[in-house]
Design a protein around this ligand. Structure first.
Ligand code: ADP
Length: 432
């Protein structure tokens, strides 16, 4: 078996979650490519794992099912041996779905009758015990997730929560079995299957638990979970002699060109990163939603003129990041969706203008913002490279046209922008 065969095919229900999963697989030694949606073409980059990033988390159920099944079909055409359905570590879903219905549809399409479900991600404080999901020290329904605008999580009992979403019988793989190791786990799984359980929520409170659980899933056609459980899977392929983990899974093709940072996130971490950049006297240009509403083209032109004068000498930051009271004011005047869309479109246009000036290395802050920038640059897939900070790797777009660091708003240390750019310099050095 060639080491370039695709072993694991993953379907992620949102964009930054897909990158998080891909990052985890690369750390496990798998050369990984992430696609934006289901590609029309076959894969043109060698990979051992492929992650299809969908936007199915909060999509209407039928749409989520159709997209997920299309992703499965494409991944099957690559010859994948195992499939992974990735959702959020806070199990973001409603009683209508989409975790239960998508899991059912994938199981049916694959002709399999048992799958594990575990969102635990202990590194980020998400643990599952006796079927209950904790975020830090509190149950899910006290973590703030009970107030989520789209997927309010009001029940920390995941067996109950998932059972409301599916006619399939949901069971629990208890911590006791996981702690006793893979043979005990195999026995517990067989017992559940004999009781007619099709989907088993699994307890896990540490990375060691996730490795045990991952090992017990070696022969499962479908595994479902957060990015945490995926850390146990690369070792299975290595044990089966299918994966050489000594290879350079993180190696990216070099991308030469100018560099810029685009920030459309108003999350606390991004605010700190923008302030840090400005306090160190680096060039920064601010975009304001009210100015955009008056004349968006003029604002984009001004941002690009600012960049044109400086970017050949040093990286520039173009940002919409604002304090909560300023965001609230823009939202009150323009509407929440409209102000967000204005900023996203402006940053997308700025990205295109920067590319025209020779910028090839982009650091982008914000999940939605990343989506719109990647669209604007016509990116269809990303090769995943080394991690900058937890959950955020450097990536290179198809055709090695851009190097991209796409950061969910609240990720990264206060000097993330500078750190990412310095790391890019190092990893993109032409070979001696
Ligand atoms: P995060 O990952 O932090 O959630 P996102 O990019 O996903 O960041 O979301 C931030 C949203 O806020 C985007 O829709 C963006 O366009 C919008 N936005 C950014 N700056 C402002 C602002 N100053 N006023 C109003 N909305 C803004």
């Amino acid at each position: 078996m060639s080491s370039s065969s695709v072993l694991l095919g993953c379907i992620a229900d949102d964009f930054t979650g897909a990158t998080d999963l891909a990052n985890m697989l690369v750390r496990g030694g798998m050369r990984t490519v992430q696609t934006i949606g289901v590609p029309a073409e076959p894969l043109d980059t060698p990979a051992q794992a492929v992650v299809v990033a969908l936007k199915s988390r909060t999509a209407p159920r039928d749409e989520a099912l159709a997209e997920s099944l299309a992703a499965l079909e494409w991944l099957r055409s690559l010859g994948c041996r195992q499939f992974y359905f990735k959702y959020c570590s806070t199990f973001d879903s409603t009683d209508e779905g989409n975790i239960g219905p998508v899991a059912d549809a994938l199981m049916q399409a694959l002709g399999t009758s048992f799958a594990v479900a575990c969102p635990a991600f202990p590194e980020s404080g998400r643990t599952v015990y006796r079927g209950h999901l904790f975020v830090g020290d509190v149950p899910l329904n006290e973590s703030g997730m009970q107030n989520h605008p789209l997927t309010p999580m009001t029940d920390a009992n995941l067996v109950r929560t998932l059972q409301r979403q599916t006619p399939s019988k949901v069971g629990l793989l208890r911590y006791d079995a996981i702690q006793r190791g893979v043979p005990a786990l195999a026995e517990a799984r067989a017992q559940l299957a004999a009781q007619g359980v099709r989907v088993a929520i699994a307890d896990a409170i540490s990375d060691a638990d996730l490795h045990t659980l991952g090992e017990s899933c070696a022969d499962d056609l479908l595994v479902t979970g957060g990015s945490g459980l995926a850390q146990g899977l690369p070792a299975n392929f290595a044990r089966a002699g299918l994966l050489d983990t000594t290879g350079a899974a993180q190696q990216l093709p070099a991308v030469q060109g100018l560099a810029a940072v685009l920030a459309g996130s108003c999350s606390r971490a991004t605010q700190g990163q923008v302030a840090h950049w400005r306090e160190h006297g680096r060039p920064a240009f601010r975009i304001e939603p009210l100015a955009l509403a008056a004349n968006a083209q003029a604002v984009v032109d001004a941002a690009l003129a600012f960049a044109r004068e400086r970017v050949a000498r040093e990286p520039v930051l173009i940002y919409a990041t604002s304090a909560p009271d300023e965001v609230a004011q823009a939202q009150q005047t323009l509407g929440t969706a409209a102000s967000g869309a204005l900023v996203e479109e402006a940053l997308a246009n700025v990205a295109r203008g920067l590319e025209h000036m020779g910028v090839r290395r982009f650091v982008v802050a914000g999940g939605e913002t990343s989506g719109s920038v990647v669209n604007a640059l016509g990116v269809s897939s990303l090769a995943i490279g080394p991690q900058i900070d937890p959950g955020v790797p450097w990536t290179v777009s198809d055709g090695a046209r851009h190097a991209l660091a796409l950061k969910s708003g609240n990720f990264g240390s206060v000097d993330f922008f500078e750190k990412a750019l310095a790391q890019c310099e190092r990893i993109m050095e032409p070979a001696p």
